[in-house]
Design a protein around this ligand. Sequence first.
Ligand code: ATP
Length: 331
Amino acid sequence: MTYVIQARDLVQVFSTKQGRKKADVRAVDGVSLDVTPGEIVGFLGPNGAGKTTTLRMLTTLLKPTSGTATVAGFDVVRQSVDVRRNIGYVSQAGGAFSGALAGDEVVDHGLLYGMRRQDAIARGKELFAQLDLDGLWKRMPKQMSGGQKRRLDIAMGLINDPKIVFLDEPTTGLDPQARANLWEHIRRLRDELGATIILTTHYLDEADALSDRIVIIDKGKIVASDTPAHLKAAIAGDLVDLVVADTDVAATSELLARFAEQVAADGVHVRGRIAHAGASIPNLLRELDQRGLLLEAIEVHRPTLDDVFLTMTGRSLREAEAANDTTEVPA
Ligand SMILES: Nc1ncnc2c1ncn2[C@@H]1O[C@H](COP(=O)(O)OP(=O)(O)OP(=O)(O)O)[C@@H](O)[C@H]1O
């Protein structure tokens, strides 16, 4: 099997100062990864998990503290120029436009890669058409919408026709419609151009919808790496949520425990996890009925990636985000 990206035990330690004390932050703590051509890999994790730092090492912007990686067959440290020639990188911040017209920004970016001006113009126009930026060649980026600016970032990242594309939080800050639209473009990059795509995201639904493989990263380590379907199947099962009368909570919990794992009551909700709930629910309903336990509502939820994250790390992705948000508030 040929891999377009192969990383072994990548580590990145940042030295920081906390007051007068020096403190080391192990931002990436032994990441190994094999990516096959044409794969879309979603890096999912809370703020500060190490996603961007991993991407920066793979794109040669940051030298690993230890470990090795090859991208497009080239070593990220010893052959960084070759790596760069083969990749496109769209950074998280994006939008650092010089004040020139959109088309000129893209062409200038191509010239940086050593392209001839005519080639850069031709490729730029093609990308504008593919990315729904028609008619905006002569528009200043600051007069574009958030979604258009993000697609302009992506056009710049693709100007050299890279076969491997790194997108750092491509849809952050976009409204749902612009996000969905960008997903289409990302899928097309792979389907029509055969590109390999590595993207980072905070959004579970995005990782789920786009990725062939999801790599969950937490505190600098990979805690899971699999297809969205396998990851979801690996956890305990469907969440069954029964809503009953106050007085029936105890008896319902007792009965549900015969069908489900992790049964817990929360107010009038009695919840538990059942593998393949669809097959057990008719029996469960019959037994509830036989005992005179009346349901006010029943809901069955397929496992989400948040459940996976919770199972793998013991924290919900949203809690992890919230905790990080708090620590980032300056004292
Ligand atoms: N230049 C730096 N100096 C010191 N610490 C850093 C530096 N860059 C990142 N870090 C720290 O390394 C850790 C990982 O950061 P990183 O940006 O890779 O996370 P992330 O998963 O991309 O998060 P986000 O979703 O917020 O972008 C964090 O604790 C961060 O504060």
